[in-house]
Design a protein around this ligand. Sequence first.
Ligand SMILES: Cc1cc2nc3c(=O)[nH]c(=O)nc-3n(C[C@H](O)[C@H](O)[C@H](O)COP(=O)(O)O)c2cc1C
Length: 263
Amino acid sequence: MIDTPEKERTASNSPASSPLTTSSKAEQYAELVHSRRSVRKYDADSAFDHEAVTRALNLATLSPNSSNMQLWQFHRVVSDDKREQLAKLCMGQNAAKTARELIVITTTPYKWKQRAKMNAAQIRDAFNGREDATSKRAVKYYEKLIPFLYRNDRFGIMGAIRKVIVAYLGRNKPMVREVSKADLRVCLHKSTSLAAMTFMTAMRAEGYDTCPMEGFDSKRVKQLLGLNPKDEITMIIGCGPRAEDGIYGDRHRVDNSEVIIKH
Ligand SMILES: Cc1cc2nc3c(=O)[nH]c(=O)nc-3n(C[C@H](O)[C@H](O)[C@H](O)COP(=O)(O)O)c2cc1C
C-alpha cells in the first residue's frame, strides 16, 4: 500500500469513499493518484531499483497514442557522469540533481513512414489477406490519410495547404481542423505526455517518486544524448526514492467547479 499523507487524503478533492459504490481497484488507483507528487529531492542513501524504471517504461509504452504511430522514445540516463551533465542542463534543478535516474521523453516525427507501414501491415495480417470494406478502410487510413497528414516540409507550407483544404471541405460537414505542421507537433506531444503520466503513476506504484520537468536547455540536451536533430523533447522526468523533505509544499488545486464543466 502506498503511504498517503493524511492531509492529502482529507483534501477537498479526495475521492468519495462509499464502500458500496467504490471498488477496491478504484480506491487503490485513487490512492496512487493522491500520493503522486512532484518530488524535488531524492534520498541518496535509500536503495533504488533501476528495474522498477524498466517495468514502469514497459507499461508507459502501452499508453494510448495517436493512430498507434508510437512516435516516441524514452532515453534513460543512468550513469553518474551523464546524470550530472544532464542535471546542469535542467538548469541545475534539485529534482534533476538528486534524481537517481532521468528519463528524457522525445517525439520522433520522422519515423512516421515506417510506423504507417507497420500499422498497415499489421492490419493486413490481422485480416489474414481477407479484403472487405473494413480492412480496406483501415489500410487506406495508413496508406493515404496518414501520409496526407504527416508529410511536412521545412516551412510548413504543406500544412498550410492542408488547412485550406479542410476549411473548404468542412464548410458543410464536420472536419478535423488540426492539420498544420504545428498541429502535428501538438498531436505527438499529447501522446508522449500520456506515456509520461503512465510512467509516473507506475513509478509511484513501485514506491518511488518522479518530477516531470520542462525547464531544460533542449538544444544542449539533444547534443549530450546524441539525439536526432528532429527529435523533440516533451519532458524530462527525474525519479528516485522520495527524500523526507522532497515535497516543497502542500498540494493545491483550483476548485473543481471551475475546471469541470457539465454541458
Ligand atoms: C509539463 C510539465 C512541466 C513541468 N516542469 C517542471 C519543472 O521544470 N520543474 C519542476 O520543479 N516542476 C515541474 N513540473 C511539476 C509541476 O510544477 C507540478 O506538477 C505542479 O506544481 C503540481 O504539483 P504536483 O505534481 O505535486 O501535484 C512540471 C509539470 C509538468 C506537467
